[in-house]
Design a protein around this ligand. Structure first.
Ligand SMILES: [Fe+2]
Length: 134
């Protein structure tokens, strides 16, 4: 389980709300409370794929509109993530969507997200707040 906590907040409500949604969907692929049934797993993965792409798009619009100097590096992280995500998704499709690969995908997503939030999204959040976007 990936526990949401205040130190993961970037201070921009739209971004934080989407991160919390992502945590919820990731956790539903892991054992424990709110765990998706095997039949629900493909739907959760399809949701995550869409949601992640939209979420990155929103951050990138903020970065471009407000001329964020860290935009190219931040965008590169998103692109690299999506490539890895699709590789895992292919594995998932080829394996007949078993819980083991769902678990692997969830851990990859969760670990990446925690690290990405701590490093680059927080820096972006600070910049956006400085520019008056909260
Ligand atoms: Fe980001």
């Amino acid at each position: 389980m990936y526990e949401w906590s205040a130190d993961l907040e970037v201070g921009v409500e739209t971004i934080d709300a989407q991160h919390r949604e992502l945590f919820k969907a990731i956790n539903s692929l892991l054992p424990g409370e709110g765990e998706a049934s095997p039949a629900e797993i493909p739907g959760v993965i399809a949701f995550l794929e869409d949601y992640v792409v939209n979420h990155f798009g929103m951050e990138e619009i903020y970065m471009r509109r407000l001329s964020y100097p860290g935009y190219p590096a931040h965008k590169n992280e998103h692109v690299a993530f999506i490539t890895n995500f699709y590789d895992l998704r292919d594995e998932f499709d080829a394996d007949g969507s078993g819980p083991a690969i769902a678990d692997k995908l969830a851990r990859f997503l969760g670990d990446w997200l925690v690290n990405h939030i701590g490093k680059v999204d927080k820096a972006l959040g600070a910049y956006l707040r400085e520019k008056g976007r909260t």
